[in-house]
Design a protein around this ligand. Structure first.
Ligand code: PLP
Length: 387
């Protein structure tokens, strides 16, 4: 069988292999604490689940427009207005089966042989995977250079050249949990005015999971970039809805027709009942999100203190997301060795930093969207294998 070359260049997410490994170990009777997965342990809000059930019972079983129902796109537009006071017309919004397809499409639109795409490293693995798939050159910016792992604006701007087509940003950031402040995003947005041929993909999937009362410095607040700005967001992380497969993208008007065609050529439309649930999530009360964020805040401090108390381990307090990214260099192990030892000797599943990029050799990622009890137990178990 001869398959296309670009398909063999596709990468993957290590988390799925680790997931299979932890399941296998659990089947063998091993007690595994899984801090590897990128999702909340909260259930989706009840009113959201009820809205989907109601939609199904009322017979909303058919196709919708490929870019999403107008009601769902209007709900996203309303939410953006309420949250950020930004005016985004529903025609620029596309409802997607998750946040991921927005990055898949955006990278497909701009990547090809001879083009360059700048992306965060470490970063969500699909950025690099998709860039390689398209044949474009993947140009990383190293987030390990600054102590707080935030975006180094001067460095990012210095990587742009005549071949650069797309710049990918992710804030708050997976896997480091870092948060880049508005003052830096202001500088970046200003600097980008000097590069009118570069499109920006801003991955804001953790936009509502920010701590210490800070506000999201969304790229949607820079209208002078709108003609080349793609914003990726969605329901997965904010409303604990990862398995619903629901996301949205805000696109420049000039790209909407292309996005529409990609939708038609791949999934036709997003699950209809899920779009009703999506509206309920956006328009409904936010108690669920507020209590989840409050709980995550307690857990992030718990895991931060726990990890820093371990011999040879040090980490930053995450500013957003539900990930923490300790440096384990002083244990004498690199991230991959630490990951192996944790999984097989302590029964704690993490992810080695290199699963997110070559610069994170000495790190592992842990998810703190799990119970306080699990966090404390995980720290105790890791402590035992380090002593
Ligand atoms: N972007 C980042 C940074 C993520 O961490 C994830 C999921 O883990 C996604 C996008 C994709 O989100 P979704 O599950 O909605 O496709």
């Amino acid at each position: 069988m001869k398959i296309a070359k670009n398909v063999s260049r596709l990468g993957t997410e290590a988390v799925y292999n680790i997931f299979a490994q932890t399941k296998e170990l659990a089947k063998q009777g091993k007690d595994i604490l899984d801090l590897s997965l990128g999702q909340s342990d909260f259930k989706s809000p009840k009113h959201v689940v009820d809205a989907a059930i109601k939609a199904l019972k009322e017979g909303h079983h058919g196709y919708t427009l490929p870019n999403g129902t107008i009601e769902c796109r209007e709900a996203v537009s309303r939410k953006i207005k309420n949250l950020y006071n930004a005016n985004i017309e529903p025609k620029r919004i596309v409802i997607m089966p998750g946040g991921k397809p927005t990055m898949h499409y955006a990278i497909s639109f701009f990547g090809e042989l001879g083009a360059e795409i700048i992306y965060p490293n470490p970063g969500f693995p699909i950025y690099e995977s998709m860039i390689n798939y398209t044949g474009a050159k993947a140009v990383p910016y190293n987030l390990m250079e600054k102590n707080d792992n935030s975006i180094n604006v001067e460095k990012v701007l210095s990587l742009i050249n005549a071949k650069t087509r797309l710049l990918i940003l992710c804030n708050p950031h997976n896997p480091t949990g870092s948060f880049t402040e508005k003052s830096e995003i202001d500088k970046l947005a200003k600097g980008l005015l000097n590069f009118p041929n570069v499109t920006i993909l801003s991955d804001e999937i953790y936009s509502r999971l920010i701590f210490d009362e800070k506000e999201m410095p969304t790229l949607l607040n820079y209208p002078n970039l709108y003609d080349r700005l793609i914003v990726l967001d969605g329901w997965s992380k904010t409303y604990a809805m990862t398995g619903w497969r629901l996301g949205w993208g805000v696109w420049p008007e000039s790209l909407i027709d292309h996005v529409f065609r990609f939708c038609v050529n791949s999934h036709s439309c997003v699950n209809t009942a899920a779009q009703y649930a999506a509206i309920a999530a956006l328009d409904g009360p936010e108690d669920h999100l507020n209590s989840m964020r409050k709980e995550f805040d307690i857990r992030r401090k718990l895991i931060f203190e726990g990890l820093n108390s371990l011999k040879g381990v040090k980490c930053n307090l995450p500013g957003g997301s539900f990930f923490i990214f300790p440096d384990v260099k002083n244990t004498g192990m690199n991230g991959e060795e630490f990951f192996e030892k944790c999984l097989h000797e302590a029964g704690v599943a993490t992810i080695p930093g290199t699963a997110f990029g070559k610069f994170a050799v000495h790190n592992v990622r842990l998810n703190f969207a799990t119970s306080r009890e699990n966090i404390s137990k995980a720290i105790e178990k890791i402590d035992k294998i380090l002593n």
